[in-house]
Every structure is written in structure tokens, then in C-alpha cells.
Write a protein that binds this ligand. Structure first.
Ligand SMILES: Cc1cc2nc3c(=O)[nH]c(=O)nc-3n(C[C@H](O)[C@H](O)[C@H](O)COP(=O)(O)OP(=O)(O)OC[C@H]3O[C@@H](n4cnc5c(N)ncnc54)[C@H](O)[C@@H]3O)c2cc1C
Length: 422
């Protein structure tokens, strides 16, 4: 059986940060991921709305880590962890493999959650994976190409008024106004809380709502989805129920843990929260194991947000303990550098440390700088700048050029990931 010092599960923000940091001390590491890419999820909405081509937000993880001689990458879906034997079991295209480890870092993220209504997944589009973004992009192209009197095709319901919901609703409306200029589009943005971007609150939430409403988006706050059936979304606000008809329903309202969280919880005796995320220890270990760590979105610790900086900082923290730069058992403390969301073209909100709150064009340029800095790879940055210029200064959508009609008439139905069925 193959063996290595460290196994990392997942090629997202947490897994990549841990792998890079371990490589600094030449720790023998195997990174196993269900997908070939390192996915920059914060820009999925831009792929879905044609601003960016897919590859700019999803460089191949093996290429990203190619210069790290002590890190190997394998595409595989982890199905079991035996913490007593210290063995990870994973499925590849060639069959089932095992690898023995000294330390394990699980960084498997989360999946979309539907508040107990998993059947809603069938009727809605989500934005968690590259395939999700490509599927939504195809749907938007189909809908905008539909005859103007096809009201369902030109109505879009976005459920969830967090950053993703705000960003996708803003961009769909912009598609109608600036790209497909002669077609109608009615966009509803549905949020259960009293504000959009409820974690920001105050001035930033007010700005977001006012900006979106000014463009014609119908914002429904204090409003809950009670049913989704085909093209009909039933929403309730107080005692009032209403049915919104739309061919495109985008769901961005919740998360739930992946299978791997349950697998690790069972193997280690670690408790989970309501969404199934691992309730990890302060030093990011799991249960009473000092050789199993979990980081990022699949965990719950001190109310830290499910955001990329948390995953990255946790990845580096664990790597530093493993490579002896921090003592084992060192408590993880998150350094909050702020959050931001794009509202629409040239408008963003930024909630920075020390009470700094930016809106409008200042927020937008801050967003631009931060996202350029964190995009992986020089080529990606260069192409992203060119695409942003074409989309936001001009009216083009470079990502739409990539959507090739498939045999069934739907554009670019990409599905080349490992089969993740249990
Ligand atoms: C649409 C969207 C917008 C977002 N916007 C922002 C934002 O603006 N700012 C921000 O800070 N954060 C944002 N986030 C959140 C941010 O992307 C996450 O916090 C971050 O990706 C978490 O990193 P992670 O390493 O924990 O998991 P992920 O990045 O999700 O990576 C999980 C990895 O695990 C792999 N995996 C899963 N199960 C298995 C298995 N069984 N076997 C092998 N591999 C497996 C997956 O293939 C993937 O590679 C956004 C998220 C989404 C979905």
C-alpha cells in the first residue's frame, strides 16, 4: 500500500493552502481531490453569467502544485477513513485505492443545502461547482434566446439574499440591460431575513437593496420559500402567500455537509452541527485524535464564517503544526480581514476591519484588487482583467463564446468529473 506523511482531502482553498505550506518544509504530501481543479468559488457567478470563461477560475490543481516536489496530486473520491489503521480509501477511474498516512487533513467543503427539501435540487440551479455554473450559463442563454412573449423564460427567481444571491441577481439583470438589450427580464430576489446581505447589516445592506431595486430587481425580504414545483415557486411573507413563475430558479440559500463529514464524524466520534459540519477542537483536530485535522467549510468553530480566508488560514495553521513551526495543540485564531460582495457593475460593498465600510465604485475597485490578488496564476489574472474590461467597460460577455450547443440543444453540458455516487 502507498504511504505518505500527510494526506490532504480536497483541492479547494483550505487544501491548497495546507499543501503549499507543507511544501516549504518538504513534507511528503498526497492531495486527493474529487475534481481536477482548484475552484475559485467566489467567481462562479461570473462564469454563470458569461463574464469569465471556466478555466480562469479553475486551474488544474496538479499544475498549480507542479513546482512543489514533495506534493503529489491524485484525482479520487474519498469514501472511507480508518483512523485506527491510519488509512484513507478513495475511488479513482481505475478502481479503489488505499493510502496510509501519518497525519490527515480533511478539507472537503460543503454541498448545497435545501432545508430538508432535497427534491428542490431538481427544480433549481445552484452555484457550488463548475458544472453548476456551466449548467446555469446554458440555461440563461436559452432563456434570453426565448421569444419575448415567453414570460416564464424571461423571469428569474433567485432564492437567498447573501453574497451569492445578490451577485447572481445583479448580473442576470445586467445581462438583460447591457448584453441582451432588447429582451425583457424580471428578476426576483427572495430572502428570509429582513435585509439583503444580513451578515453585513446597516448601511451596506441598505445600499445593496437600493442599488438592486433601482435596476428593476424585485427584492422580497422577510419572505420564505414554502414550495417549488416545476416553474412555480411559492413564497410566504407573514400571512401572505404568492406564487412566482419562472423557468430559472437559482438556489443559494443554504449549505449542508458532504458525505465525508459524516464519514469522519463516525470514524472519530466527533460531533456535528445541524448542517452536519464537524465541531472541531480549537487546534483544528477532530474528536480526540491528534493526527486527524479538519478545516474550512466542512467544519464549525467559534462561529467563523464559511469563507475562503478561514479555510486558507486554517490550512496554514495545521501545516505549521505538522512541520513543527507551531507547537502541537496550538489554538487557531482567525484574523478577519473583512468581507465583500459585488452588487452590480461598478458597485460593491466592503465590510473591512476597524469599522471601515465601503460602497459603490470605491468598494468595487477594492473588490477588483482583492480578487485579482487571490486568483491563482498569472495567466488567470491577465485573462480575468481582459474579460472584466470587456464585460464591465464594454458590453461583451467573453464566457458565452465558450458555450457550444450540445446534441440536445442545450449549450455546453460539461460533465467530466469523477463519478461521486456512493
Ligand atoms: C458561489 C460561492 C460564492 C462564494 N463567495 C465567496 C466570497 O466572495 N468570499 C469568500 O471568502 N468566500 C466565498 N465563498 C466561500 C468559499 O468559496 C469557501 O469558504 C471555500 O471554498 C472553502 O474552502 P474549503 O477548502 O473548505 O472547501 P472547497 O473550496 O469547497 O473545496 C472542497 C474540495 O474538496 C473536494 N472534495 C469534496 N468531497 C470529497 C471527497 N469525498 N473526496 C475527495 N475530494 C472531495 C472538492 O472536490 C473540492 O476540491 C463562496 C462560495 C460559493 C459557493
Amino acid at each position: 500500500m502507498r504511504s505518505t506523511d500527510v494526506v490532504i482531502i480536497g483541492s479547494g482553498f483550505g487544501g491548497l493552502a495546507a499543501a503549499k505550506r507543507l511544501a516549504k518544509s518538504r513534507v511528503d504530501t498526497l492531495l486527493i481531490s474529487a475534481t481536477d481543479e482548484h475552484l475559485f468559488q467566489p467567481l462562479l457567478y461570473q462564469v454563470a453569467t458569461g463574464v469569465l470563461p471556466t478555466e480562469e477560475i479553475a486551474p488544474n490543481i496538479a499544475d498549480v502544485l507542479a513546482s512543489k516536489e514533495t506534493v503529489s496530486v491524485v484525482r479520487g473520491y474519498v469514501t472511507a477513513v480508518d483512523v485506527e489503521r491510519k488509512v484513507v480509501v478513495y475511488r479513482t477511474d481505475d478502481g479503489v485505492e488505499e493510502v496510509a498516512y501519518r497525519k490527515l487533513i480533511a478539507a472537503a467543503g460543503v454541498a448545497q443545502g435545501y432545508f430538508g427539501h432535497d427534491e428542490w435540487a431538481e427544480a433549481t440551479f445552484s452555484l457550488k461547482t463548475l458544472d453548476d455554473a456551466v449548467a446555469l450559463r446554458g440555461q440563461l442563454l436559452d432563456c434570453f434566446a426565448a421569444p419575448a412573449d415567453d414570460v416564464d423564460a424571461h423571469t428569474f427567481v433567485v432564492v437567498g439574499g447573501g453574497a451569492t444571491g445578490v451577485e447572481i441577481a445583479g448580473q442576470i439583470r445586467e445581462l438583460a440591460v447591457r448584453h441582451f438589450t432588447d429582451v425583457p427580464a424580471h428578476v426576483y430576489l427572495v430572502e428570509g431575513a429582513g435585509d439583503l446581505l444580513p451578515v453585513y447589516g446597516g448601511k451596506l445592506s441598505d445600499f445593496t437593496r437600493a442599488t438592486l431595486e433601482k435596476t428593476g430587481i424585485e427584492v422580497l425580504t422577510d419572505t420564505f420559500v414554502t414550495d417549488i414545483d416545476g416553474h412555480a415557486v411559492t413564497v410566504r411573507s407573514g400571512q401572505t402567500e404568492r406564487v412566482l413563475r419562472a423557468a430559472t430558479i437559482v438556489w443559494s440559500a443554504g449549505v449542508r455537509a458532504t458525505d465525508l463529514s459524516a464519514t469522519i464524524a463516525e470514524a472519530t466520534g466527533c460531533a456535528t452541527d445541524r448542517a452536519g459540519r464537524l465541531l472541531i477542537d480549537d487546534d483544528l483536530t477532530v474528536g480526540d485524535r491528534d493526527d486527524v485535522f479538519a478545516i474550512g467549510d466542512m467544519t464549525s468553530l467559534k462561529g467563523y464564517p464559511g469563507q475562503s480566508p478561514v479555510a486558507m488560514q486554517q490550512g496554514r495553521h495545521v501545516a505549521d503544526m505538522i512541520r513543527g513551526k507551531k507547537a502541537p495543540g496550538t489554538e487557531f485564531v482567525y484574523t478577519d480581514k473583512g468581507s465583500m460582495a459585488v452588487v452590480n457593475r461598478h458597485n460593491a460593498v466592503v465590510d473591512a476591519p476597524f469599522g471601515i465600510k465601503l460602497t459603490g465604485v470605491l468598494g468595487w475597485f477594492t473588490w477588483l484588487g482583492v480578487h485579482l490578488y487571490y486568483l491563482v496564476g498569472f495567466r488567470n489574472r491577465a485573462v480575468a482583467v481582459a474579460s472584466w474590461f470587456k464585460s464591465f467597460a464594454g458590453r461583451a460577455r467573453p464566457g458565452f463564446a465558450q458555450a457550444v450547443p450540445s446534441a440536445d440543444g442545450r449549450p455546453d453540458d460539461r460533465s467530466d468529473g469523477v463519478d461521486t455516487a456512493a
